[in-house]
Design a protein around this ligand. Sequence first.
Ligand code: 6R9
Length: 646
Amino acid sequence: MATVHPVPAEWAARAQITAEVYAEKYRAALETPETFWRAESARIDWIKPWTKLSQCSFDEASFGIEWFSDGTLNVSANCLDRHLAERGDVTAIIWEGDDASQQRRLTYRELHEEVCRMANALKALGAQRGDRVTIYMPMIPEAAVAMLACSRIGAIHSVVFGGFSPEALAGRIQDCDSNLVITADAGMRGGKLVPLKANVDEALLQCPGVGAVLVVQHVGNQVTVAAGRDHWWHEQRAAVLADCPYEEMGAEDPLFILYTSGSTGKPKGVLHTTGGYLTWAAMTHQYVFDYRPGEIYWCAADVGWVTGHSYVVYGPLANGATTVMFEGVPNYPTHSRFWEIVDRHKVEIFYGAPTALRALMREGDDWVKATSRQSLRLLGSVGEPINPEAWEWYWRVVGDGRCPIVDTYWQTETGACMMTPLPGAHALKPGAASFPMFGVVPQIVDGDGNVLPEEPGVAAEGNLCITQSWPGQMRTVWGDHERFFQTYFTTYRGKYFTGDGCKRDEDGYYWITGRVDDVINVSGHRMGTAEVESALVAHAKVAEAAVVGMPHEIKGQGIYAYVTLNAGEEPTDDMRKELVAWVRHEIGPIATPDVIHFAPALPKTRSGKIMRRILRKIAEGDVSNLGDTSTLADPSVVDSLLTSGR
Ligand code: 6R9
């Protein structure tokens, strides 16, 4: 029996969402959606109010997703302009550099001015409504400024995580035909320089369509400036006006593209639109974190991931919050860094990833206990399942047993949080994503698509689908609407399939059990095994590769790569190093294989399909029961795998 932490009395007394309110709102969102969403979308300032709530269908013949479609608004106006009258002097962003002596604060008024100036600079460089702008930045306020500046002029941003290689960056620039890139000279992480501008230079050798690069001077390192193409932000900034009118955007106009990995092919450009996304991000930010105006809130995610989009930038700023941005890493200069930041800025709500917690947990409690953390009142977790051991440590050591933990389950595709316990409403079960957000209807299906019925007191386990649309749902895969439909709506007809396994326990709590497709979750980052495979086979000496996940104490999952070399190539340690370096070059450090297993051959069925089940078992070190291998074209391949080199 898992431990259960009851709702603390003081939380039940003061939380915005109590058990009763949760039940009422959940019911209202499904039974009277028009009234429910009228009220919830009123948290956004609309230029022209919507009259059409939604037109959504997951069926092939009538497929389409639209919310609030005849309404108009502007996202940056919602995150900035409308706050100026009442809280113009409130801090919008608290920034702390990798080096703790670097600190910045921007009020809403200052942020508004920066965004207006950057919007004007983008226009001066030729950016227009509907253009794609790629943002490749460190975690500095200008990353948020760049996103908001795009939304102000109706340009579609595509943020690429600074840990991706020039090769990966180029692919993302090409896929959405970006003609403008915003970057910085460099970023700093854990005392190490990340040469962003140099990476952009390398990527642009393959991207002739990019006519302008806006470069923020951050570290002050030497960079190359290509005349006519590259422009310093500080120079442009000084040359433009401090005010920029915002564009009136349709609710269904694109807001951003964010590339994410799937089970097949190249990363997909997940497209989010304007009205539904902002409503969803802002609503969940308020309810999930029980956020109140004036609170200091810190989401430790990078803006290169969806969590950074929805919970560092759009959700908190739409709600007028003070959002903390941190450039560095949890263990630099010491393992106390996160908690020192909490103390320094009096952070009340902290939202982070299990992988960081596991890494810090391993270093012992003293690093945490050296800090006060008295300001904290709520903790959050996101990105991957949190193991009960890490959960209990987070609760007991970081939160001193005072702070509820919201374990928020969602995806790049879902825009913002889909399932979570709410701190004043639900007793907490360590590791359970718990209950659906308002408007979310989860369904657990078996492999054949049969719905496992929801019966009180009866547990069920299978694959997680969502049966109806919610405002923050992605609208398409950039440039490939057919792929959008095929990827998410054909495994189980008429339903959105998440790709995750899930169980519902006797009390109705949902637990995410991890991906059931060929996606692995490495340190909370999604990685398609197919992507790593295609990087490996692109190497001249590799004949074939198959990649699977393996259990990893800190990262959650590690990358285990089986590689068959071309005839005549030697499987040496140097070869291993060469391949690891190659993958880092092709994708980036986040794709670094943990194990390269030189395999004389891969186990294949007679029809040529690689039997991944066997590869996973061997990677897990569970070789006692490899299951039925009789359908293999050559069963002796398994023995050769067991004796060959890792
Ligand atoms: C927000 C984000 C999505 C995948 C998702 C699932 C896993 C995220 C989780 C979780 C268990 C949680 N995931 N949050 N699993 N519990 N609280 O992470 O988006 O990068 O697209 O990853 O991450 O497997 O399908 P994204």
